[in-house]
Design a protein around this ligand. Structure first.
Ligand code: ADP
Ligand code: ZN
Length: 602
């Protein structure tokens, strides 16, 4: 009986044929008057899960949403489907708001969207108490938790809802919440009386890549080489960065605009609209850009510096590929980013406990960046979800080589120890490399650090090598950056064990091409893909994914990216020509040759 009516609403109101994974269970639980917390990845279809019960329910529903644009979109979409829905917010006139409010009180509106601050006003609460609200929906519920990445004070006030409305059903939705955040949401909103719906956060169409940063311009262009005319987002640390990135991309054949909280509302809105309605725009944005961005064909997301933590990273990369088609992501980061992030935490206004927690979250992100195993496995592992290797991340495609770095690490640690654990990375590297000219040399001589045993012991390696190596020592918790003391590097207990040879240290091999991406980028045999060839590349990638899925193997097992690029460039017409393509031997020719030829000529 219940099932029939929910599917009726799905078919007849929304025009969709079947429920997606998880939707039906959540809807039924809400209809059974359970409090729930549902965690579903972006794009999975959270809204329907509460809109259908709200439509079926005889009692009215209030939806709390943090973002005006999001409320407008949802309400417009519902009205299109002839559902009686409205919203109250500060961008509407007083007359409009008061008319809607009156109508809601009279029972003429079934679903009302509002902001947390509008709801938790005492005068409003008094009236709402009399209205017998059936259902409170808290969207983006992670904002309630101080452990979450988007904490909002006005959301925290929602903790009183359960006391105020003991007979109402409280249902919370979010796309990301780690264990601590989840527990906090459940406790605050429902005092523990809540069913948890955890849907797989896996996004199998996203390829995740993380590189160390050498030169963001070159690395970004390299990432974008096959992405002309595609829509994408480049996340930047500062407002100034967004402008610089947009300008740089515009000068390099892309169409790019900036978005950040410092722009006036009109410009921000205009830029967002351009991105949402046109194709082929690269949005260079700060974290301010994102919540509620429901553009299905965002083909890539790049981070040119370190995000705050894994949740934020997951949300941001999650804006790519909502249509389920293959989409690429890349993050580049360096020691400077790490230092900045630590400083942000220290200089922030949170209390000591939260600062410690934020540092730990940053550590977890760092471990993700430096992992030598599958990125999806590492990312989902953070949210307590187990998964198979994805086959399309950088580590799956090019498993990093691990090398014994015990002796090199001892040189670094010993240098840090001998200079009194009182300096930052540049100074340490100059000591290691025996630099006697440069910004630190005077200081080094004055401090007599050119006399220590390790001075110059790392001469044969380049500065970039040491930066990468030291970062790996930090991410493996052998060194910590002491932010309270101006970012000096100190040795941890594990670091001392390593120094005393009580443990070994393996590091991800740092290759020459990695340390000089310019060379690789400008290599003559780099394959150039033209704009009008992009659809073909996309088709081949989809075919590859389909074949891989059928055999339950990673995509690269079918063909590497380079093979597809080469195919697009040369467009073989015969099996003989196909055999000339990089990465196609007789077996693969027999197995895949024909189907790829067909796709190329179709
Ligand atoms: P999110 O989980 O990110 O909030 P939305 O609720 O915005 O996702 O849904 C993403 C898109 O998927 C929307 O366009 C929505 O209409 C669509 N959608 C949701 N459920 C279904 C379904 N069962 N069948 C088809 N499309 C659906
Ligand atoms: Zn992987």
């Amino acid at each position: 009986m219940l099932q029939a009516s929910t599917i009726d609403v799905l078919n007849n109101t929304f025009g969709y044929k079947d429920f997606r994974a998880g939707q039906s269970d959540i809807i039924n639980a809400i209809l059974l008057k359970k409090n729930i917390l549902a965690i579903m990845p972006t794009g999975a279809g959270k809204s329907l899960c509460y809109q259908i019960p709200a439509i079926i329910n005889e009692l009215r529903t209030i939806v709390i949403s943090p973002l005006i644009a999001l409320m407008d979109d949802q309400v417009n979409a519902l009205k299109q489907n002839k559902v009686s829905a409205e919203r109250l917010h500060s961008h509407m006139s007083e007359e409009e708001n008061s008319k809607i409010w009156k109508n809601f009180c009279k029972g003429n509106i079934q679903i009302l969207y509002m902001s947390p601050e509008a709801l938790m006003r005492e005068s409003k609460l008094k009236i709402i108490k009399e209205l017998n609200i059936g259902l409170f929906i808290i969207d983006e519920a992670h904002c309630i938790s101080k452990w979450g990445h988007g904490f909002r004070k006005d959301y925290e006030n929602l903790s009183n809802l359960k006391d105020l409305f003991p007979n109402s059903n409280i249902c919370a939705f979010t796309a990301t919440a780690d264990k601590a955040t989840r527990e906090d949401i459940i406790e605050k909103l429902t005092k523990g009386n809540c069913d948890l719906f955890l849907q797989s956060l896996k996004r199998p169409n996203l390829s995740l890549t993380v590189h160390q940063k050498f030169n963001w311009k070159e690395q970004l262009l390299k990432f974008l080489i096959d992405k002309k005319k595609q829509s994408g987002i480049v996340y930047c640390l500062s407002r100034k960065n967004t402008e610089a990135v947009a300008e740089f991309l515009n000068n390099n054949g892309f169409k790019s605009i900036a978005y950040h909280a410092g722009q006036n509302n009109n410009i921000r809105e205009k830029n967002q609209n351009t991105f949402m309605t046109e194709t082929g725009i690269v949005m260079a944005a700060t974290i301010a850009f994102g919540m509620g961005i429901d553009k299905p064909d965002v083909r890539f997301v790049a981070h040119i510096s370190l995000p705050t933590n894994i949740e934020e990273y997951y949300q941001e990369v999650g804006r790519a590929g909502r249509d389920g088609k293959p989409s690429d992501t890349m993050m580049i980061y360096g020691l400077d980013d790490l230092y900045q992030r630590r400083r942000f935490i220290e200089e922030g206004s949170s209390n000591e406990e939260h600062k410690r927690m934020d540092h730990r979250r940053l550590d977890a992100l760092l471990a993700f960046c430096e992992t030598a195993s599958c990125r999806q496995v590492s990312l989902l592992g953070y949210f307590s979800e187990k998964t198979e290797s994805c086959g399309i991340c950088d580590n799956c495609l090019n498993p990093p080589m691990l090398e014994d770095g015990t002796e090199l690490a001892q040189i670094v640690l010993s240098a840090i120890y001998r200079i009194g654990q009182s300096f930052g990375s540049n100074y340490i590297i100059d000591v290691l490399m025996g630099v006697n000219s440069g910004t630190n040399s005077e200081k080094i001589i004055k401090n007599n650090h050119d006399k220590i045993k390790t001075f110059g012991r790392g001469k044969e390696y380049k500065k970039k090598f040491w930066q990468s190596f030291i970062r790996q020592l930090i991410s493996s918790n052998h060194i910590v950056i002491n932010i309270e003391k101006y970012g000096i590097y100190q040795i941890t207990n594990t670091g001392f064990q390593l120094l005393k040879s009580e443990r070994e240290f393996k590091y991800k091999s740092i290759t020459i091409s990695e340390t000089s991406p310019t060379k690789k980028y400008r290599k003559k045999d780099d394959i150039e893909i033209k704009d009008d060839e992009m659809p073909l590349l996309q088709k081949l990638k989809e075919l590859r994914l389909e074949l891989a899925k059928k055999q339950n193997v990673p995509a690269f097992v079918v063909f590497a990216d380079q093979t597809l690029l080469h195919m697009v460039e040369t467009k073989p017409q015969t099996l003989g020509e196909m055999k000339q393509i990089i990465g196609i031997g007789p077996h693969k020719l027999e197995k895949y040759g024909k189907i790829f030829l067909d796709t190329i000529s179709s």
